[in-house]
Ligand binder design. Structure first.
Ligand code: 5GP
Ligand code: ZN
Length: 136
């Protein structure tokens, strides 16, 4: 994983503005923030997407996310934020090392994270529901 930018940050080989670090997880400022204070929370081991992360590391990842959310909210005096995790190319994942974005939100910041809403017929909704349930 020598070429992976987040592995190199986790190894301390390239610098990042770290806000938290423990044995399994690291959090640092996104270098091109959606808003100032935008943090990334990253497992130190190289996993590509959510489904690759073992449950124990995932628990640590979400616990650290909560910790950083609290600190970020206190630091900006505002408790509004989006959590975003892009998984896979079609979802806009550019760095192939799993990470959670914490994006603080401000009144009138004009960020567009909301999507337009599509519709189901009753039958479509039932079909989709049944398909998913088969795999759960
Ligand atoms: P993705 O689209 O993969 O979910 O987001 C990757 C994020 O990583 C982007 O928001 C980008 O700004 C950030 N990023 C990419 N390279 C670096 C880097 O070298 N350092 C830091 N701190 N952030 C980075
Ligand atoms: Zn990596």
């Amino acid at each position: 994983m020598g070429e992976c930018i987040f592995c190199r940050i986790a190894d301390g080989k390239i610098p990042a503005a770290k806000v938290y670090e423990d044995d399994s997880t690291i959090s640092f400022l996104d270098i091109m923030p959606a808003n100032k204070g935008h943090c990334l929370v990253v497992p130190k081991k190289h996993y590509e997407t959510l489904l690759d992360i073992p449950d124990e590391d995932l628990k640590n990842l979400i616990t650290v996310t909560k910790k950083v959310v609290k600190a970020l909210s206190l630091s900006i005096g505002n408790g509004s934020y989006n959590l975003v995790m892009n998984n896979g190319k079609e979802a806009g994942q550019l760095v192939a090392h799993a990470h959670i974005h914490i994006i603080p939100r401000f009144k009138s910041d004009r960020l567009r994270i909301k999507w337009s809403h599509k519709k189901y017929t009753d039958k479509e909704m039932k079909d989709v529901q049944e398909k998913i349930k088969k795999f759960v």
